[in-house]
Design a protein. Structure first.
Length: 235
């Protein structure tokens, strides 16, 4: 009888039938080997193959005891459970992404308020906003054109905490009317002598929606791609 067909590699035997003094290490090795399988069925088949091979080739003077079998069965149960949980989480993430995309599609054509510093001046009117961490007694907006030149400095006055809309009439500091187009702005806010954290907000119309690894993105002309979760208000 040819014994070569029944020869088992030393690596396999060491994994499934380690010395009793290294049982903790072997548990990690077995779990790692099983974790590399693609499905619960594959995990179970691998485990049974290794277990039967181990029992066939165990040392008669030092046979595998019940504790070892129980430990390996527990490893199989744990790794199988992890595999099933990963599959469930993957399914939930896919469903969430699909739901988010559908919700984002409903925003096409609507005006939204998102973090940004862009202003679109059209027919002598522009709108932007600010989100304050706390109430401020003095809020100032500085508006610049595409060349980086300051065209207007607006003293907005006092604003409460939260989101506030600010309208620009298109007038420059010199009193002239700025041409329609794209502008940017910065916000400075203070409560007395204490600075207040202020987040600049842009207003734009959602033109389309795109999806990617980071989730659904709203494509807003003159503002840029923006995550759905970044929307502060829907107008």
């Amino acid at each position: 009888m040819d014994d070569s067909a029944n020869t088992i590699s030393s690596t396999l035997l060491n994994t499934m039938n380690p010395a009793s003094t290294t049982s903790s290490s072997s548990s990690s090795t077995s779990a790692s080997a099983l974790a590399g399988s693609d499905s619960a069925a594959a995990l179970q088949n691998n485990f049974m193959t290794l277990l039967v091979t181990q029992m066939k080739n165990q040392n008669p003077l030092n046979p595998m005891d019940n504790a070892q079998v129980t430990s390996q069965m527990a490893q199989l149960s744990t790794v199988t459970g992890i595999g099933q949980m990963n599959a469930t989480l993957t399914s939930l993430m896919s469903s969430l992404a699909s739901s988010q995309s559908m919700q984002a599609a409903n925003l096409i054509g609507k005006s939204v308020v998102v973090p940004g510093n862009a202003i679109t001046l059209s027919s002598g009117a522009g709108q932007f906003g600010v989100q304050l961490a706390s109430a401020a007694t003095n809020v100032q907006a500085t508006i610049t054109n595409s060349a980086g030149v300051v065209v207007d400095t607006m003293n907005v006055g006092s604003l409460p905490s939260g989101v506030s809309a600010i309208n620009w009439d298109g007038k420059t500091t010199a009193g002239t009317i700025a041409p329609d187009g794209q502008y940017t702005f910065t916000i400075a806010a203070a409560n007395g002598q204490t600075a207040v954290a202020a987040t600049a907000l842009s207003v734009g119309n959602v033109a389309s929606v795109s999806t990617g690894t980071s989730g659904a993105q709203l494509n807003i002309p003159n503002v840029g791609p923006t995550s759905v979760t970044s929307v502060v208000q829907i107008l």
